[in-house]
Design a protein around this ligand. Structure first.
Ligand code: EPZ
Length: 418
């Protein structure tokens, strides 16, 4: 289990190239299983989660060539039994259900895994697939399913908004017979990216990015080339890095339009924000940030994946603030770790009360989930003294080359391999 040794405080500043979006690349890789042809996908980030999905695809018989981009040919899918350790290691493996049922008519996989930020149920995925004609039963944590010939289009009114279930339905409806309508669909930019990818390959998906998506099933998809959108959460994370260091950072190869609410919150914290077509910058002019209140919610509300980063911002800002987490039931596991670093925070149910202090102190802490762990790394960069972060395997799941990117901004960070 690798660990980071970080010396602080430092002022992180400079330029950073943003990688492709993890939460776009994952569904798009599974969507490539629907295409009996070769596709080229650009801007795929080098992440552990991506490596795991590629292992799953190769187990299925998919041919993958890795150059600067990924060339994927899923013409021949040979089998549907995937080793459980691969399926259980990531949440994204739930998105194998729709393509395998479409291509092979049957599926038998273990329950997916994912960060322990809540109990991560899959009822919305399963109920939607049943509404599209699949027979599914779950026994001893295995998901067994089959469909007669094809998924059959239907109207699916989501009882609650779910990014993952919206993606599962899109993947099932793309080659289904008839039309599928998703009402109360999630509107995240990554869903729009998935629809754009599939439409590039010949699908007919309208309305992605809104709360109503209409998918007209097509007979077959063809190959093509597609570039993944930039990672909006990585962008937000580096902008917060500048905010807590009272410095300035330019994020390049990104799309600021997917981050409006985060940029507005940073402006409220006192940041000067500038944006261009594929870049955005933050400048704090050496001023201490002001604390901001946060309520997380489905897009375009404040992203839950930026919650821990803004908790850190509030911990070193002027004033008191609250952070309310409405998406996941257990997304404050980092709180005890930050308290060890001197943070003045009180957690009551899903509301965190923060009182800003001037300087955190280095300590030995343990990463608990992907986004929280990067906040601990940033905390170590601004804390006085040495911070040791155990269990950093989470970070490699979602942040490409994190220690090199932070070192290029001035961080004093060393990875110790165990
Ligand atoms: C996706 O998770 C992202 N993961 C998460 O990013 C992100 O935080 C989340 O969407 C935002 O909503 C990937 O894209 C791989 P949901 P997902 O379905 O699909 C409940 C990161 O750090 N729910 O939108 O799992 C669920 O428990 C990760 O990159 C059900 O009840 O999220 C949650 O409370 C973390 N039943 C809420 O819905 C279901 O069948 C929203 O979950 C599915 C979800």
């Amino acid at each position: 289990m690798d660990k980071f040794i970080i010396k602080g405080p430092v002022k992180l500043k400079g330029k950073i190239i943003i990688s492709g979006s993890k939460n776009s690349a994952l569904p798009i890789l599974f969507a490539s299983l629907l295409i009996e042809d070769s596709v080229e996908i650009k801007n795929i980030p080098q992440l552990k989660d991506i490596d795991i999905v590629m292992k799953i695809l190769i187990k299925l018989g998919v041919k993958i060539k890795k150059k600067k981009s990924l060339i994927i040919d899923a013409s021949n899918i040979l089998q549907y039994n995937i080793p459980s350790y691969l399926i259980k290691s990531i949440r994204a493996s739930i998105w194998i259900l729709s393509p395998l049922l479409t291509r092979l008519g049957k599926v038998n996989i273990a329950f997916p895994g994912g960060c322990s930020i809540g109990n991560r149920p899959i009822d919305l995925h399963i109920n939607s697939l049943k509404l599209l004609g699949a027979k599914i039963n779950i026994k001893e944590n295995f998901i067994k399913g089959y469909i007669k010939k094809k998924f059959i289009g239907n109207i699916i009114r989501m009882k609650s908004i779910s990014v993952g279930a919206t993606i599962t339905i899109i993947l099932a409806a793309t080659l289904a017979s008839n039309i599928t309508i998703i009402e109360n669909s999630a509107k995240e930019p990554e869903i729009k990216d998935l629809a754009n990818f599939l439409n590039t390959m010949g699908a007919n998906i309208q309305g992605a990015g809104t709360n109503k998506i209409v998918i007209e099933g097509v007979k077959k998809l063809k190959g093509g080339v597609y570039k993944i959108i930039p990672d909006r959460i990585e962008t937000g994370t580096f902008l917060v890095a500048a905010a807590i260091c009272r410095s300035k950072i330019l994020c390049k190869h990104t799309n600021p339009n997917n981050l409006n609410i985060v940029l507005n919150k940073l402006q409220k914290a006192g940041a000067e924000i500038k944006i261009g077509k594929d870049w955005c910058s933050i400048n704090m002019h050496n001023q201490r940030p002001k604390s901001v209140n946060i309520i997380t919610g489905p897009y375009p509300n404040f992203p839950t994946d930026m919650q821990s980063q803004f908790a850190l911002l509030n911990l070193v800002s002027k004033g008191t603030s609250t952070i309310k987490e409405n998406i996941f039931k257990n997304r404050f596991m980092y709180v005890p770790e930050l308290i060890r670093m001197g943070a003045n925070i009180i957690l009551k149910k899903n509301i965190l009360k923060c009182k800003g202090i001037k300087l955190l102190s280095g300590a030995e802490v343990t990463a608990t989930d992907l986004r929280a762990s990067v906040s601990l790394v940033l905390a170590g960069c601004i804390a006085s003294g040495i911070t040791i972060i155990n269990n950093i395997s989470y970070i490699d799941r979602g942040y490409e080359n994190i220690e090199n990117k932070l070192s290029s901004l001035g961080a004093n960070i060393q990875r110790i391999k165990y």
